[in-house]
Write a protein that binds this ligand. Structure first.
Ligand code: TMP
Length: 224
């Protein structure tokens, strides 16, 4: 059976993750791989509707468990519609956030704890875990400065971005703790460097996985 490659990007709000993801996707495509790009919460019609509920300020306060359940509801949908089919076709899936965000934001940020998030994760993600997770690390206070800058330029802060600085500090601490527990799969990169420098580091993390795929597909071609 073919199996693809699953790469996820993570980081506190304002870390510059989406820009880096776009450039990384360009790079993977240039190297000749088919890439499916998605995001969470969202990535499907239903998931995008769930995203609206989760991020709209007019939603107001959500019970932390309701927030977690909605994140996993959107995830169940994108896994079924997008991620698992693409991986089964042997493609590269790049997701702007995935389950590590739930561990960091709901587990640490909302203080639900890792075991509660893990319970959802076992049922909904199961063995569909990323091959590589890249966390863009930045001090939330500085990242917040960037987000507020954007807000003043017109894009307003969403419900989660608008949460307290203490919340965002717990999220960052969560990401750091999670990365320490799985250093072979979860890589931290410092987001406070130039866009090009950061992109080079990210490409260096992705490259060995692409090279391994190329070697494996050559072996398969030789066998057949
Ligand atoms: P983003 O698209 O800018 O990354 O925004 C998504 C927001 O949702 C961001 O504040 C992080 C948050 N989030 C969670 O709290 N838990 C999750 O599981 C995911 C995927 C996102």
């Amino acid at each position: 059976m073919k199996s693809g490659l699953f790469i996820t990007f993570e980081g506190v709000d304002g870390s510059g993750k989406s820009t880096q993801l776009r450039r990384a996707v360009q790079y993977i495509r240039q190297r000749g791989h088919r890439v499916v790009v998605t995001r969470e919460p969202g990535g499907t019609r239903t998931g995008e509707r769930v995203r609206d509920i989760l991020l709209a300020s007019k939603t107001g306060k959500l019970a932390p468990l309701a927030e977690l359940a909605l994140m996993y509801a959107a995830r169940a949908q994108v896994l079924e519609e997008v991620v698992r089919p693409a991986l089964a076709r042997g493609e590269v899936v790049v997701s702007d956030r995935y389950n590590t965000a739930s561990f960091a934001y709901q587990g640490y940020g909302r203080q639900l704890g890792t075991p509660t998030v893990r319970a959802f994760d076992r049922v909904i993600c199961g063995s569909t875990q990323p091959d590589l997770t890249i966390i863009l690390d930045i001090d939330p206070e500085r990242a917040r400065g960037r987000a507020l800058g954007d807000a003043r330029r017109g894009s307003h802060l969403d419900r989660i971005e608008a949460a307290s600085l203490a919340f965002h500090k717990r999220v960052r601490a969560g990401y750091l703790a999670i990365a320490r527990r799985a250093p072979e799969r979860i890589k931290l990169v410092c987001a406070e460097q130039s866009i090009d420098e950061l992109q080079n580091q990210i490409r260096a993390l992705i490259e060995p996985l692409l090279a391994r795929r190329n070697r494996n597909s050559k072996l398969e071609t030789r066998k057949s």
